[in-house]
Structure formats: C-alpha cells, structure tokens
Design a protein around this ligand. Structure first.
Ligand SMILES: [Zn+2]
Length: 190
C-alpha cells in the first residue's frame, strides 16, 4: 500500500519515515480544572486528517500505529507500577472497531486494558459544539468496574475536557482512582 501522508510505498498506512519526521510526537500536558492531568502527543490540527480516518477501514491500522508510536513509547520512559488498568472512554464499536479500545491496547504490557467498562449512554456528536452545549448534553457514563483499582483514562482527543471530566467524576463515584489521562491530540480552543 502507500503511506497516507507521503504516498511512498509502505507496508503500513504510515511509513517509517513519516513516523520519524512529521509524526514525531511532541509530548505535552494540561491540567483540567478538576485537577486531572491530561497528556497528549500532537496538536490536533497537525494530525486532524489522520484522526478523521477513525470511521474507515484504514483507520484501525492508523490508530494502531499512532498508539504504539505515542502511548507505548511514553510508558517506556514513565515509571509506573504494574497492575494499573487502561480504561478507554466509551469503546463501543462503530464501523467494526473502537478507536479508543485500539489506543488502550497500545499501552500493553505497561497497562492492562479493561474494555467496555465505561460506556456513554449519550452518543451525540460534540464536534464543533460549544462548551455550554457539551455541559447540557452530558455523556451519562455507566461504570462497570466493581473493584477499587488504579486506572489511566484513554481517548483520542481532548477539546474542552468536558468528556474526560465527566468520565473522571463517574469513576470517582465508584471508588476508581484515575491517575491521569492519555490522549493522542490536544484540540484546545483558544
Ligand atoms: Zn510516509
């Protein structure tokens, strides 16, 4: 196949050269008002076309590659005790796979993915919606974790942080300890 970025011949949708150059991660973090620390690896605008593949066939491969390139590499240098779970936000399957579940899988073996444990009841799209809209149309998460565990929240994008905050609040009510969140890209609105 051809690399989605440079159109050069490649075994994967993203070639090694592009991963090393234009897709070299730029790790950053921000702290939400709730105190949750959110690590990200790209600016949203820099990889938006790749993130938009998430509802296509090739998207599963691209998310697998990006997850390994960012999350997996991050944990190589980040000292964490074993026994921590990775919780993908709302990993219900759309178009044959869940992008957040793919990203959670990329944290192995450093974290243990716990699939289908945090499901939104409201799947309305937040794309282009205001902070006020997001606040009045909550995700309404159902938590399916019974033990008291330490976890890292996983998603593809942070925008206003409202989804992560709501997930954090829902998990706290179930005595789940959220250490921090990991997302591929930060789409902070200025
Ligand atoms: Zn390339």
């Amino acid at each position: 196949m051809r690399c989605q970025l440079c159109l050069g011949l490649s075994w994967q949708p993203l070639c090694k050269h592009c991963l090393k150059t234009i897709l070299a991660p730029t790790p950053a973090f921000r702290i939400l008002e709730s105190g949750l620390k959110v690590y990200s690896f790209y600016n949203y605008n820099d990889i938006a076309p790749l993130l938009h593949t998430k509802h296509t066939y090739i998207g599963a491969k691209i998310f697998t590659q990006l997850g390994k390139h960012t999350f997996f590499e991050f944990f190589k240098t980040f000292e964490l005790p074993r026994g921590i779970y990775a919780i993908p936000i709302d990993d219900h399957v759309r178009h044959g796979y869940s992008h957040s579940a793919i990203l959670a899988k990329a944290t192995q073996p450093y974290l243990m993915p716990l699939y289908c444990s945090l499901r939104a009841q409201n799947h309305i799209s937040y794309s282009g919606k205001s902070r006020a809209y997001r606040k009045t149309n909550k995700r309404d998460f159902v938590v399916k974790i019974k033990e008291q565990v330490d976890i890292v929240l996983i998603d593809d994008i942070v925008t206003t942080g409202s989804t992560l905050k709501e997930a954090h609040d829902a998990l706290k009510k179930h005595d789940v300890n959220v250490l921090f969140a990991l997302v591929l890209a930060d789409a902070k609105e200025n």
